[in-house]
Design a protein around this ligand. Sequence first.
Ligand code: NDP
Ligand code: GDR
Length: 340
Amino acid sequence: MRKKAIVTGATGQDGAYLSRYLLSLDYEVHCAVRRTSAFHPWRLQEVGIVDRVKFFELDLAEFSNIHRSIDKIRPQEFYNLAAQSFVGTSFEQPIFTGDIDGLGVARILESIRLVDPSIRFYQASTSEMFGKVQAIPQTETTPFYPRSPYGVAKLYGHWMTVNYRESYGIHASSGILFNHESPLRGPEFVTRKITIALARIKLGLQDVLELGNLDAKRDWGFAGDYVEGMHAMLQQADADDYVLATGETRSVREFVDAAAAELDLPIEWSGEGAQMIGRDRDTGKTLVKVDPAFFRPAEVDLLIGSAAKAETKLGWQRKQDFAGLVAMMARADYDRAKRA
Ligand code: NDP
Ligand code: GDR
């Protein structure tokens, strides 16, 4: 019999890659989508699976909806990828973010406990829980210190996952994933914002790229690699928590440099902090400048993870390196901008 999986957040970046991966393993994939005035499963279309998954309506704000869906579908595995996932917005919508990213997890776990405690559960936890980092690199045992309403809400979801595992024996795992990107990344996140803007600048469709904190450092991997780790966590005899990361960290400015080089737009930097400017080395034209509007009330300055436990216990390995990831994203956005 085919295994059934529910994937929430299926219309998001990870949802598309995970659904495609589960289909490749012959799962019956039930994609949860929330009702909107216009249904746009563009990522599922881009990965070529929109006709191969089953859709059903689900909102993490509604307990009865979650409970009934689990009861009706009766999956063996439940992947919770749904979230208000943009850290910047969480400062503007802290209560909504807490409801979906925190309490939403409790609603699912409670439904699983009531309907069928043998359903295996994956929670999309995050390196944002480390926030003001207490150790370098960060591992499963590094103390948490979230720096945004998003990080705080995700920490509640993480501890509820641990608690339901320890209290009720539910096979509930928490993947503490560091930033992972792709050509399917939302355009508001810094990597995709950079590749979209530089592609447009290269084609003469835009003048300048405006960014916030250029010194922030992230551990950036490829989303396609990370969804394989999510699945591996649910195949273990025992549930547990795992960090997925590359073990390398780069600044936002380094990401800009790598994407610009890929598009043959060499950048020369001058100034410091909020005064920093990136100019075209050949023409002197300003290509990148800082806009304080993109700074956050509290920042996570340096994230770098160790995936040693996942590598040893799950046999997980990331395949895509930083240069390959940036090139893939820059090329995809250049081709998209040319077609538009
Ligand atoms: P996206 O922002 O691309 O996708 C988020 C998904 O959640 C979308 O499908 C969205 O639906 C859905 N969603 C939002 N609110 C609700 C709700 N109330 N009810 C049901 N669905 C909802 O995120 P990613 O794919 O990048 O990330 C997946 C998960 O992993 C998220 O939980 C994120 O917080 C977490 N994470 C991501 C990391 C990353 O670097 N990408 C790193 C660590 C954790 P809609 O399309 O309708 O908006
Ligand atoms: P992050 O991703 O907050 O790490 O959360 P984002 O790409 O938004 O920011 C990364 C870093 O870049 C700095 N930055 C900017 N960010 C944005 N969005 N726009 C800008 O113009 C800009 N300029 C500088 C930010 O300040 C930050 O330091 C992502 C999400 O996917 C979360 O859901 C996930 O949990 C974490 O990654 C791990």
